[in-house]
Design a protein around this ligand. Structure first.
Ligand code: 13P
Ligand code: SF4
Length: 335
């Protein structure tokens, strides 16, 4: 049964005093537990501000492996905490709310993937990291939005031009990668409900208002195929348009003289973009693009998680062993 989609209620918002008080408690508990707090770029501002490290999926996977502290608190969604647990079975990996799932990860089950593989027994299986550990265990290569093109190019170089590739679960990312590499891929029809909801019309309305702005577009977006078409037809310039992971979006403002940006991804990223680039303007392509799962992680839950050592995320060792391989292959290739 698909996980019901949570709706973020602004009534959950805390006052400035409450935030200060809770952050002080989190700081003390973090020290007491010798814990490392990781936060995804979509987390609430007050969570990002207290984290030891804020980043995209790939950056968070790498740093979780390299840090030596015995406790990792993952302020993100469940598959991200699972990835940390796969690589650090000796550490305690905690998530402040076990219900923080992902509609994209839910869009393919291990049974569905096994059935797809049975129909294409010679295919190489490429799955986005937004998948469960059990799905990763059935996968040959994982990818994130920042390295999917590079990994798929590597597969065709290594396995030959006629390689059959099963790519999932995100159809917008799959179609972007197919266009970018010029390769034919079999793409699973899954999507992230937040990014799929950022439509070409949203982007066009913002482009009309801010014609000089750069477009920063996450390849999971429902508008990503149209953006590729705009570039191909010359309707928007390639220099002005960037298909990026959230980490790539964070780096872009420092690489350009542009001072206005239309940002097509989950709106949580605007906090850090604005904080790190105070002279520049960032506007959401669709202000309703809010991931209710990401926003399930709140400061009171983070405090409780550190205080009560809950909720621990573990992965069955046999599944973890198999799930590690596609991620290691990706980390060996990807930027
Ligand atoms: P990245 O941070 O890797 O770009 O991923 C976006 C996302 O949707 C994570 O859930
Ligand atoms: Fe999953 Fe989409 Fe939320 Fe990312 S934004 S965690 S892909 S539901």
């Amino acid at each position: 049964m698909p996980t019901p989609l949570p709706v973020f209620s602004p009534s959950a918002a805390l006052s400035a005093e409450e935030i200060e008080q809770l952050q002080a408690e989190v700081r003390a508990l973090r020290h007491e537990r010798d814990a490392f707090i990781l936060a995804h770029n979509y987390q609430l501002p007050e969570i990002q501000d207290i984290a030891d490290y804020v980043g995209d999926s790939l950056e968070l996977s790498r740093i979780a492996v390299s840090d030596k502290r015995p406790v990792i608190v993952f302020c993100g969604v469940h598959f991200m905490a699972e990835t940390a647990a796969i690589f650090s079975p000796e550490k305690q990996v905690l998530i402040p709310d076990l219900g923080a799932g992902c509609s994209l990860a839910d869009s393919i089950t291990p049974e569905q993937l096994r059935a797809w593989k049975a129909q294409h027994p010679n295919a190489v299986v490429v799955m986005y990291v937004n998948t469960t550990a059990e799905v990763k265990a059935e996968t040959d290569y994982c990818v994130t939005s920042s390295n999917a093109v590079e990994v798929v190019e590597h597969i065709f170089r290594e396995h030959g031009p006629d390689t059959e590739v099963l790519f999932g679960p995100d159809m917008f990312l799959g179609s972007y990668v197919a266009k970018k590499t010029g390769r034919s891929l079999r793409v699973w029809a899954g999507e992230c409900h937040v990014h799929a909801g950022i439509r070409p019309d949203d982007l066009n309305a913002k482009r009309a208002q801010m014609p000089e702005a750069e477009l920063l577009v996450h390849p999971e977006c429902g508008c990503s195929t149209s953006v590729m078409e705009y570039i191909a037809s010359g309707d928007t310039s390639a220099e002005n348009t960037h298909m990026l992971s959230t980490g790539g979006m964070m780096r872009r403002p420092a690489e350009t003289d542009a001072d206005a940006f239309i940002v097509a991804t989950e709106t949580g990223i605007l906090h850090r973009l604005q904080q790190e680039n105070p002279g520049k303007q960032f506007v959401a392509a669709n202000p309703k693009a809010v991931c209710g799962y990401m926003k399930m992680i709140t400061l009171p839950k983070l405090r409780d998680c550190l205080r009560d050592i809950k909720y621990e995320v573990t992965v069955d060792p046999v599944i973890a062993e198999r799930a590690r391989r596609p991620i290691e292959r990706m980390l060996a290739i990807g930027k």
